[in-house]
Design a protein around this ligand. Structure first.
Ligand SMILES: Cc1cc2nc3c(=O)[nH]c(=O)nc-3n(C[C@H](O)[C@H](O)[C@H](O)COP(=O)(O)OP(=O)(O)OC[C@H]3O[C@@H](n4cnc5c(N)ncnc54)[C@H](O)[C@@H]3O)c2cc1C
Length: 248
């Protein structure tokens, strides 16, 4: 039995329960981006594969199989009736339990998931003038679901941090009013500086980059462009130099 900490107890108290998913296949999309297809008998009884939905995976510690690390990953593709879904993993260095698990995943491998606290991207009845979307390879699976959901007449300005030249080959989906801007990742403030200085009033910002990048973007969105709480979703998807997630 794996060690279960306070976080696990709290999730259980809120009614979360684990699902088991089994790897069915893997597909390398770029040298550092791996799609893993999984099957679960129970997941889609409890989870809706809505835009930007994500799961809490419990990844085994590479050095101690008694310990599991919680890591968030997005449902990239789903075939709920069949119980099948895909997750796209960034294979980064240094690796962590999440990326290491994906790198070694083989058909038949089982992993535990908790389904609580996910997010849902929805276009409201009175849609914004446009969507300013900011992220990187880790949030591209979620961004792809946004691109697929935004009505075709609403513009999307998408800013992506380029951590690896091959990131450009990760599919983003198609949208007639999508403009993509790749931003070098040399310094964390570069993303905030890259955002076009223009009138963004009436726009909605969906922002999910690395945490220090997020801090700079948040400040510029607020101070210079006037984005408020109702017109933005901000979430750090990873933290440079630190692990992101609890253990049990
Ligand atoms: C809601 C949500 C949804 C997410 N969906 C996805 C998804 O679909 N696919 C995906 O790949 N990630 C996704 N992420 C990000 C993912 O949870 C983090 O990248 C996580 O840190 C990976 O865990 P790990 O065990 O591989 O590395 P950790 O143990 O957390 O970190 C180890 C080292 O790797 C570095 N690192 C972590 N992530 C990255 C990265 N992306 N690029 C470069 N270095 C990194 C850290 O800075 C640290 O030095 C999501 C995050 C959130 C919050």
């Amino acid at each position: 039995m794996a060690k279960r900490g306070f976080q696990g107890a709290v999730l259980r108290a809120f009614g979360a329960h684990d699902h088991i998913a089994t790897v069915t296949s893997t597909q390398l999309i770029t040298p550092h981006y791996l799609r893993v297809w999984l099957h679960s008998e129970t997941l889609f009884d409890a989870v809706e594969a809505c835009p930007t939905a994500w799961l809490r995976f419990w990844m085994p510690d590479p050095a101690d199989p008694e310990v599991e690390h919680q890591r968030a990953y997005t449902i990239a593709l789903a075939e709920p009736a069949a119980g099948d879904f895909a997750v796209d993993f960034v294979l980064h260095e240094p690796a962590g339990p999440g990326s290491a698990w994906a790198q070694q995943a083989e058909p038949g491998d089982a992993v535990s998931l908790t389904s609580i606290g996910s997010s849902r991207f929805e276009v409201s009845d009175e849609p914004p003038a446009g969507y300013l979307v900011i992220g990187d390879a880790a949030s591209i699976p979620a961004i792809r679901t946004i691109v697929a959901t935004v009505p075709s007449e609403i513009p999307i300005e998408l800013y992506l941090q380029l951590h690896d030249e091959a990131d450009r080959d990760i599919p983003l989906g198609e949208h007639p009013a999508l403009r993509v801007h790749w931003v070098p990742a040399a310094a964390p403030e570069e993303m905030a500086q890259a955002i076009e200085a223009r009138d963004w009033s009436g726009w909605y910002a969906w922002v999910a980059p690395e945490s220090v990048v997020l801090r700079h973007v948040r400040a510029r969105l607020k101070k210079e462009f006037g984005f408020g709480k109702q017109s933005q979703y901000l979430q750090a998807y990873w933290v440079r130099g630190r692990e992101m997630g609890r253990r049990r």
